[in-house]
Design a protein around this ligand. Structure first.
Ligand code: GAR
Length: 201
């Protein structure tokens, strides 16, 4: 299942790649904190169930967390992909799915990550730093912002006349290549692990 907040091009890339690369997986749910997210529209067009769950709808963080936990348990998901999600997942969820939550980040972590580093802010910071290379990172999500184990990265050049928007577009192409490949690798690993478990039972 995926979490997404906005336009949804990473969700779209995943849907397309699951078919094109024959990844033995199915997106069972897309959750967004934003009812108008393009990601929800893209999912509905692909007949994927969607939910709008935002902390603002709940009277406490605990109730919000419980709503997310209930939604995740109901679909029995093996893998959670933060495909353009601009919020921090509650710690309880990170702890419940160790090693099973992936995030795509629009820079080369560990640089340009952490609180406040999302979307165009990341590209603004990269350009302001004078870095000549940026890129995309897929990493495992743990309880610390953008600090989980890195599993795939792709570099892209930062050009002297880049704006945050032109750099974002170049990085986004890299995101669309590495996120599906990282998902394919994890799905393969999950299948191997469950086969091993069956053999040893
Ligand atoms: C992507 O560039 C993604 O890496 C970034 O938001 C954009 C979402 O685009 N995510 C973050 O900054 C999370 N820290 P999309 O909605 O078209 O997938």
């Amino acid at each position: 299942m995926c979490f997404a907040s906005g336009r949804g091009s990473n969700v779209e890339a995943l849907i397309r790649s699951i078919g094109a690369l024959h990844i033995p997986a199915r997106i069972v749910l897309v959750i967004s904190n934003n009812s108008g997210a393009g990601a929800l529209k893209i999912a509905r067009n692909a007949d994927i169930p969607t939910l709008h769950i935002s902390e603002k709808q709940y009277e406490s963080h605990e109730r919000f967390t419980q709503a997310l936990l209930d939604a995740l348990s109901a679909v029995h998901t093996d893998l959670i992909v933060l495909a353009g999600y601009m919020k921090k997942l509650p710690s309880e969820i990170c702890r419940k799915y160790p090693g099973r939550i992936l995030n795509i980040h629009p820079a080369l972590l560990p640089a340009f990550g952490g609180k406040g580093m999302y979307g165009l802010y990341v590209h603004e910071a990269v350009i302001a730093s004078g870095a000549q290379v940026s890129g995309a990172t897929v990493h495992i999500v743990n309880d610390e912002y953008d600090r989980g184990k890195i599993i795939m990265q792709e570099n892209v050049p930062v050009l002297h006349d880049d704006t945050p928007e032109t750099l974002a577009a170049r990085v986004l192409d890299a995101e669309h290549r590495i996120l599906p490949r990282a998902v394919a690798d994890i799905v393969e690993q999950i299948q191997k692990d469950s086969h091993k478990k069956l053999v040893h039972e």
